[in-house]
Design a protein around this ligand. Structure first.
Ligand code: KIV
Ligand code: ZN
Length: 526
């Protein structure tokens, strides 16, 4: 029997990006979108165009550049929002979707919107009708649907479908639902709205993970009639995050015996690569024991398990790690590899780079190749990410020397180059500082030189690849201006240098567009 299709709607670049510190610039978003297209998602929700110029440009660029998936932009039921989404999505032509939303629950109606049910119905219908003037593909979300009175929710669904919505998304906005109850709600909607059963409109679900139930709720909804699932890579998103794409896809595939004959367009072998790219680009590392994509997901440490897996993999493994993209690395490059080999590997990894970008990466590849024996795909990807992150570089690291030890006062001497927009050198400044440790001393010197005052909220270091000579990747979260949190990333074989690069990256992001991001966050929270 032909499997039933589940539409995978990825909102990594919209809801995923909405969490504090997960700021991606335009080039990073574009690379993530390219990888999502390779992964085979059906819909990419690329942003919330009215919220900032950055979001508008991201949606517009992704709509222009990415072929394959439908490209979606979010809008409130407000004319200016819908018009901005329509304009941003124009290059996608027939592949454009506008996603309008309006809260429907009693608590949101009474305390946030101060509107009666009748007015909510009117605004929802008007929003859908306006979106329809831009595209046939319109999705409507009754925000906080899981806490909305079911009868009113039925009325809303009927009204928006009659107005032209082709998808109605049922969000569990605050992660309040539990699987049996959420499944029952979806079944109720499926049975009560004839246009769902007839296939005129698709039921979608969008679950948040506040109780750790986002994936379970989404799967219960699929069993009850939902045919689109909204999710993010690695489950990133507001607060505790959204339903994780990789978990939903692999649960449906691995437990077909239970869920039924469903299929989606995901190329599961691209899952691990996508997860790593998103982790690096968003600055939100994946926990080791995360299902499917965590480092430990397929690592068996107990002897009895190892023995079993060697005898027959299925004794302790319910999925083949290769099926989700583990263990696919090519032979590593070395310092003897030429520019053509590096360019070819970058293409193979899916990066589309200009000649100038390849030259910049090749220069850093050579530096690293001199220090470590093998340059792995993950190392190369980290260099690409450094480059993409660099976009608005104002300050660049020119020189760093650190003294530290058990009986020495940690001291750092730092020299920075100030760069103009065309990357011409404007000035060179140098200073030294002492600190609690070498990283502290280095960051203090950078603060003085750049005349910024960042507060380090979070610092994490991970090895990009295996071996003692691995590249260290540092991710920092830095607070500027009372509450403005910016993520910075940097890599090097020297972890103090990686820390300096990561911190400078955050400073540069702050100097380039920190203020705008701050506005965006407060607007997005409404
Ligand atoms: O969680 C939510 O309700 C949302 C909507 C905009 C779909 O993200
Ligand atoms: Zn959401």
């Amino acid at each position: 029997m032909k499997p039933e299709r589940i539409i995978i709607f990825d909102t990594t670049l919209r809801d995923g990006e909405q969490c504090p510190g997960a700021s991606m610039n335009l080039r990073e978003k574009l690379e993530v979108a390219r990888q999502l297209a390779r992964l085979g998602v059906d819909v990419i929700e690329a942003g919330f165009p009215v919220i900032s110029k950055g979001d508008f440009d991201a949606v517009h660029t992704i709509a222009r550049e990415i072929k394959g998936p439908v490209i979606c932009g979010l809008a409130r039921c407000v004319p200016a929002d819908i018009d901005a989404a329509g304009a941003a999505l124009k290059p996608a032509g027939k592949r454009a979707r506008i996603h309008v939303f309006l809260a429907t629950s009693k608590i949101h109606r009474e305390f946030k919107l101060r509107k009666a049910q009748s007015e909510i119905l009117r605004l929802a219908v008007e929003g859908v009708r306006r979106a329809k003037t831009y595209t046939d593909d319109v999705e409507f979300s009754p925000e906080d649907a899981s806490r909305t009175e079911p009868d009113f929710l039925v009325q809303v669904c009927k009204a928006v479908v009659a107005a032209g919505a082709t998808t109605v998304n049922i969000p569990d906005t605050v992660g309040w639902a539990v699987p049996d109850q959420f499944g029952a709600l979806i079944k109720h909607l499926h049975d009560a709205v004839p246009d769902f059963a007839s296939g005129k409109a698709v039921i979608s679900v969008h679950c948040h993970n506040d109780l750790g139930l986002a994936v379970a709720n989404s799967l219960a909804a699929v069993r009850a009639g939902a045919r689109q699932v909204e999710c993010t890579i690695n489950g990133i998103g507001e607060r505790a995050g959204n339903a994780a794409l990789e978990e939903i896809v692999m649960a449906l595939k691995t437990r077909r015996d239970f869920f039924g004959n469903f299929a989606c367009g995901i190329n599961t072998r691209e899952i691990v690569r996508t997860s790593r790219l998103v982790a690096r680009m968003s600055g939100l590392p994946v926990q080791r024991n995360k299902a499917i994509v965590g480092e430990n997901a397929f690592a068996h440490s107990a002897g009895i398990h190892q023995d079993g897996v060697l005898k027959k993999r299925e004794t302790y493994e319910i999925m083949d790690p290769e099926e989700v993209g583990w263990g696919q690395s090519e032979l590593p490059l070395t310092k003897h590899s030429g520019r053509a080999a590096v360019a070819a590997r970058l293409r193979q990894l899916g990066f589309r780079m200009s000649e100038a970008d390849v030259n910049a990466i090749f220069a850093r590849f050579k530096e690293i190749g001199d220090k470590k024996k093998f340059v792995y795909d993950d190392d190369l990807t980290a260099l690409v990410e450094d480059l993409l992150t660099e976009v608005h570089e104002t300050w660049a690291l020119d020189y760093l020397s650190v003294t530290s030890g058990s009986n020495t006062v940690p001291t750092a001497t730092v020299r920075l180059r100030k760069l103009g927009t065309g990357k011409q050198k404007l000035e060179v400044v140098q200073d030294a500082a002492i600190g609690d440790g070498p990283v502290d001393a280095t960051l203090k010197a950078i603060d003085r030189l750049t005349q910024t005052q960042g507060r380090l909220l979070d610092y994490s270091l991970r090895a990009v690849s295996a071996g003692k000579d691995a590249l260290g990747e540092v991710t920092v979260k830095v607070e500027f201006d009372h509450g403005l949190v910016i993520t910075g990333k940097g890599t090097s074989t020297d972890i103090i240098e990686a820390s300096a690069r990561a911190y400078l990256n955050a400073v540069n992001r702050y100097l380039a567009n920190g203020k705008k991001k701050n506005n965006k966050c407060s607007a997005a929270r409404r």
